[in-house]
Design a protein around this ligand. Structure first.
Ligand code: HAM
Length: 430
């Protein structure tokens, strides 16, 4: 029996169809390239932390009662050891672990990091929700100023603009400092007291374990029950209130559009003050889907045993960004500029130095080393979407000249093989 891929884990292929744009290698290259350009403009430097960490790191950082830790983590005993290990469900915990373990704060209290890599969550199968998915993100440690939140939000916005993503809305909330959050949870609990019967089973369980999550339940009945709940930003303490106001003023000054959203509580426990999500309206799953999310996590470094260290960050889902990008731009063309067909052994011998010279000059060239019937090779040139083709054989080698064929209309131009590069420009600009 053939072995298939694991449910929720996908291949990214250059041949993926438009419907599978989330897994098209060319779209990935566009998305990752754009994000990396933006990261670089903001002077964020890349980190790579391991995919496997101790499960306890995530339990402590994200919260035992979160779905990500409680229900979705891929955890397994260490082979030959006594630790429980886990595939990372997100990137923030590992970044903070590295920050602490390497004592990086002592060298420079301010760290501006970006990352790109796979994350793992054993989630229920759904459109745009995978068990292995990739995140692009940033983590900025060591600065409490609200301007940094604004900068991180502007960076997010710039990635959206750079990729020309359609229908992406920035949603903003503030959960305040821990005391504000605790007071808000109390407000929420008393608001919901007497309404338990009308909540879904999951939300009734959440009332005990993680009442904030009742706010982002997708169930219509639950949403009706929480429609009138006060927003957390209405009752912030003075410090968090000022912080939130300055974040909003900064976004306004930069003309970064956003919508306040009291339901935006995030699924991980480490957040305080600013939280945000990029909601995509056009991913076609009936509901809005988060293309990214993040916020402040000023207490996390301390929670993991370090000194008080403010921090803010976000991560975006690469597959979701790809789906959005392909909606407006389609699949990128990665076809060869020149496809070389080999007519005989003389052509084969000449082909290698010829194409290497073209590649050195920056051209994208493919050779059909299988040889054989020239017609078959040219069919492949067509299939590959090549712009031009050239058949190389004894006659071309002897004369030093060949016919460059423009594939879209078959127009042929005779050129000197040594001057092939110049003929790879379509005079009609196609
Ligand atoms: P998160 O909201 O859990 O935040 O994930 C960020 C993004 O990853 C989501 O908005 C979504 O686009 C993508 N994502 C999450 N789960 C899946 C999935 N199962 N399939 C496909 N895409 C998914 C975090 O992970 C935080 N670490 C972000 C952060 C960084 N906060 C501060 N710093």
């Amino acid at each position: 029996m053939k072995i298939a891929s694991v449910k929720g884990m996908n291949d990214v292929l250059p041949t993926a169809s438009a419907e599978e744009a989330s897994f098209h290698g060319g779209v990935w290259a566009e998305v990752v390239g754009a994000a990396q350009r933006v990261f670089s403009r903001y002077a964020f430097d890349e980190i790579r932390t391991p995919i496997v960490e101790e499960a306890a790191l995530f339990a402590r950082a994200l919260g035992e009662s979160t779905d990500v830790v409680g229900k979705e983590m891929y955890a397994f005993p260490e082979r030959g050891g006594d630790k429980l290990l886990a595939l990372r469900p997100e990137g923030t915990a590992g970044a903070v672990r590295a920050f602490l373990e390497k004592g990086l704060g002592a060298n420079d209290p301010v760290q501006r990091w970006c990352y790109f890599g796979p994350m793992f969550r054993h989630e229920r199968q759904q459109k745009h929700r995978y068990r292995q998915f990739y995140q692009l993100g940033v983590e900025a440690l060591g600065v409490a100023a609200p301007e940094l939140d604004v900068e991180v939000l502007a960076l997010c916005r710039d990635i959206v603009l750079e990729l020309e993503l359609p229908g992406v809305e920035l949603r903003l909330n503030s959960l305040g400092d821990p005391a504000d959050r605790a007071a808000y949870v109390a407000t929420l609990k008393s608001f919901l007291a007497g309404r338990e019967e009308k909540l879904c089973g999951e939300c009734r369980a959440r009332l005990e374990k993680n009442p904030l999550r009742v706010l982002d339940c997708k169930n219509e009945g639950c949403r009706a029950q929480t429609a009138e709940v006060p927003a957390s930003w209405e009752s912030l303490g003075p410090a968090a209130k000022e912080h939130f106001e300055r974040v909003r003023a900064g976004l306004d000054a930069l003309q970064v559009p956003y919508v306040l959203d009291k339901r935006l509580v995030r699924g991980l426990d480490y957040y305080c003050r600013t939280t945000f999500e990029l909601l995509a309206t056009s991913l076609g799953s009936g509901q809005q889907t988060a293309a990214g999310g993040g916020g402040r996590y000023d207490g996390l470094v301390e929670l993991l045993g370090g000194p008080p260290t403010p921090a803010v960050g976000f991560a975006m889902g690469v597959e979701r960004l790809c789906a959005l990008r392909a909606q407006v731009k389609g699949l990128p063309k990665t076809a060869p500029e020149l496809f070389l067909a080999i007519a005989d052994e003389a052509g084969r011998a000449r082909a290698l130095p010829l194409v290497q010279a073209l590649r050195k000059a920056g051209h994208r060239v493919e050779v059909d080393w299988r040889g054989g019937k020239v017609g078959k090779q040219l069919n492949r040139a067509d299939k590959r979407g090549a712009k031009f083709s050239l058949v190389l054989g004894q006659a071309e080698v002897a004369s030093g000249r060949g016919k460059v064929k423009r594939m879209r209309d078959g127009a042929e131009t005779e050129v000197a093989l040594d001057a092939l590069a110049a003929s790879l420009v379509d005079p009609e600009g196609n």
